[in-house]
Design a protein around this ligand. Structure first.
Ligand code: NAP
Length: 298
């Protein structure tokens, strides 16, 4: 379906649209203005985000390119490290350590997933906490979960920004997160828990998923299966956050065709969570740059 037709269809649906694309655009403008101001005040460099892509998976290459484009839009620099499919865990860790040690680099993003022969967790955990702008390290996850300072994982952090921007209440609400991956479902659950939601995390072994979702005020779809969460499972007025993206079907993990009419609000796909993931990554990189500058010139 063409994008404009898709947008027209969304306008006729009942729930309020949580427009991540517009919000991300305004966050990017704020970042650009902040970087221009820092340059005027004599900052010697712009924030630098290093992206590491291992192998030649076309989808991953597109995601890395989108992040590079966002750097250009916001006045940052991206440094692209491309490694062959045959890269070993040791070689990838060495590349990460050298970026950790490089004061000109402020953020490091290791594009997920890496080829299956690489120990991804070990490589994520090699990223220095100060440069973990994508929020993938175990240490960063632990600190975020304990309510301490750390960059949260970019996708759930972007989701929290959408929720807050639209003034959606979290405290005391029943939130159901479907998916428990380390980069999405788990950190999402901890962020909602830290804001006093009552959180249920569902996964592939969960029994009676429809019943659990029927009790949810907030549903987060983080499954990776097109339209997996059905419209008839959704309670009237629920807030639907769809983190899934399936480009071929132009849909996410929630069957919005049948859920959007009765829900209270929903993130469209595309144009909801995806752009906010990138905006959060850019914001985190700017913060990492500012913190590094403060350490040099306290
Ligand atoms: P993932 O690592 O594959 O995790 C999928 C999760 O879904 C797992 O926890 C799995 O449970 C659960 N699951 C699978 N089948 C299920 C079932 N039948 N019932 C209930 N739960 C089930 O995926 P991910 O990386 O978290 O990504 C999830 C989705 O978000 C994908 O569509 C991805 O493209 C999207 N995503 C979007 C962004 C963005 O920037 N917008 C960023 C990251 C991911 P088990 O743990 O039991 O296997």
């Amino acid at each position: 379906m063409p994008d404009d037709e898709c947008a027209a269809r969304k306008d006729t649906m009942g729930g309020k649209i949580l427009d991540g694309k517009t919000l991300a655009g305004s966050i990017e403008k704020t970042i650009l203005a902040r970087i221009n101001e820092l340059k005027k005040r004599g900052a010697a460099s712009a924030p630098v985000l290093a992206t590491i892509l291992v192998g030649d998976d076309p989808a991953s290459a597109t995601y890395v390119k989108m992040k590079g484009n966002a750097c250009a839009r916001t006045g940052m620099e991206s440094r692209k490290i491309l490694l062959p499919e045959t890269t070993t865990t040791g070689e990838l860790m060495a590349a990460i350590v050298s970026l950790n040690d490089d004061p000109a680099v402020h953020g490091i993003l290791l594009q997920h997933p890496v080829p299956s022969h690489i120990n991804e967790r070990q490589c994520f955990d090699a990223i220095a906490l100060d440069k973990d702008v994508d929020g993938v390290t175990s240490l960063g996850f632990g600190r975020m979960s304990m309510g301490e300072k750390a960059f949260g994982s970019a996708t759930p952090a972007g989701i929290m920004r959408i929720i807050d921007h639209y003034g959606i209440e979290i405290e005391g609400k029943n939130a159901v997160v479907v998916g428990r991956s380390p980069i999405l479902g788990k950190p999402m659950a901890m962020m909602l828990l830290n804001r006093n939601a009552t959180v249920t995390v569902c996964h592939s072994r969960t029994k009676e998923l429809p019943e659990i979702i029927r009790g949810a005020d907030i549903v987060v779809g983080a499954v990776g299966r097109p339209k997996f969460i059905k419209g008839e499972w959704i309670r009237d007025g629920a807030v639907l956050i769809d983190a899934g993206y399936h480009p071929e079907q132009k849909c996410g993990d929630i069957d919005l065709d049948n859920a959007a009419e009765k829900c209270g609000a929903y993130t469209p796909v595309p144009g909801g969570v995806g752009p906010m993931t990138i905006a959060s990554l850019m914001l985190h990189t700017l913060e990492a740059f500012e913190k590094a500058a403060a350490r040099v010139n306290p």
